[in-house]
Design a protein around this ligand. Structure first.
Ligand SMILES: Nc1nc2c(c(=O)[nH]1)N=C([C@H](O)[C@H](O)COP(=O)(O)OP(=O)(O)OP(=O)(O)O)CN2
Ligand code: ZN
Length: 151
């Protein structure tokens, strides 16, 4: 029987951002201890001679993908929307040796998830699908991306 199983790994990273044009305190540069949960779905490997026997994907291999695409880049970096005047601040910080990420979206939890989903999907083997992502920004706020919600 082909039992589809979802597996989840959680990642942590510390990232700064600012919401340009926002009407609240998050228009200021500030940071979060983000928690990202990545859930993939697939059929556990059924070949007893495969070193990954019984696994959908080795948690370690999932970690390598998410670390290289997201955690290693976003941890201790500050994210700015490059289509706003924050580009000047970003350029100045970069000039002074700070770790800056320029994106072409407002760096809310929602839009970061859209970016992360695309990056992770591009790296997964064909037989494994991205099921969902959860990005926890504060103790009381998180956003979720579900493959089934996308049209
Ligand atoms: N839909 C969204 N709303 C807000 C986002 C976001 O990404 N998506 N982001 C922010 C700020 O960046 C920041 O995260 C503040 O969030 P908030 O939950 O309001 O944080 P507080 O600590 O002020 O909330 P408490 O109610 O005190 O827990 C704003 N909105
Ligand atoms: Zn914030």
């Amino acid at each position: 029987m082909n039992n589809k199983i979802r597996i989840t790994k959680q990642f942590d990273f510390e990232t700064g951002h600012a919401l340009y044009g926002y009407d609240g305190k998050c228009k200021n540069v500030h940071g979060h201890s983000y928690k990202l949960s990545v859930t993939v779905i697939g059929i556990p490997i059924n070949d007893t001679s495969n070193v990954k026997y019984g696994m959908v994907i080795d948690f370690g291999d999932l970690k390598k993908i998410v670390a290289s695409e997201i955690v290693d880049k976003f941890d201790h970096a500050t994210v700015f929307n490059k289509n706003t005047p924050h580009i000047e601040l970003a350029n100045e910080l970069e000039k002074r040796g700070h770790n800056v990420i320029l994106v072409d979206y407002q760096p809310t939890s929602e839009m970061m998830l859209v970016d992360f989903a695309k990056k992770i999907k591009n790296r997964l083997p064909n037989n494994i699908k991205l099921h969902s992502l959860k990005l926890q920004e504060t103790g009381s706020s998180h956003a979720e991306w579900y493959a089934n919600d996308q049209s």
